[in-house]
Design a protein around this ligand. Structure first.
Ligand SMILES: [Zn+2]
Length: 155
């Protein structure tokens, strides 16, 4: 039995979005402004079928003050950082590393959630904006759903 591929799309309410077909690469518009559905099947013109999961919660940014570490790559120097806000799809942080960053850079971060398990969260992300010592990052592994992070953001 074929497993239907799932694609999570992040969306603000009433905004259309796009998905990329993983078989043919075609970009299809998903008209979310015309549907209330959060979970439905879509078919690309090439015949590939995938399930669209709409995630509006990932836009919610929780203000936090969490200490963590960040670095360019696995083997490079670690810098301390302070998270200022956090969502399922990204975070904003301050760090001495920010001085060396440019928009578009890929950065690795690691921090513990202040939950009872001190869940370790590690993410790779792309820097989307920089404002003096502060940088905003969007996570690259958008498909991976993190139960601990989702729970923390709702608490
Ligand atoms: Zn296709």
């Amino acid at each position: 039995m074929a497993v239907i591929e799932r694609k999570t799309v992040r969306s603000l309410p009433q905004k259309d979005t796009v998905v990329v077909c993983s078989r043919c690469g075609k970009i299809s518009k998903i008209p979310l402004s015309r549907t209330q559905k959060r979970n439905f099947l879509a078919r690309c013109t090439c015949g590939h079928i995938f399930r669209i999961m709409v995630d509006s919660r990932s836009w919610y940014r929780k203000p936090v003050m969490i200490y963590g570490k960040c670095r360019f790559n696995e083997n490079e120097r670690e810098y301390p950082m302070v998270l200022e806000n956090l969502s399922l799809s990204g975070l904003c942080f301050r760090s001495p590393l920010v001085k060396k960053l440019q928009v578009g850079d890929i950065v690795h971060v690691a921090f513990e959630l202040p939950d009872r398990y001190r869940s370790l969260i590690t993410r790779k992300g792309i820097i989307r904006h920089i404002n003096q010592q502060r940088a905003g990052m969007e996570f690259i592994q958008e498909q991976c759903y993190c139960k601990e992070l989702a729970f923390f953001l709702q608490s």
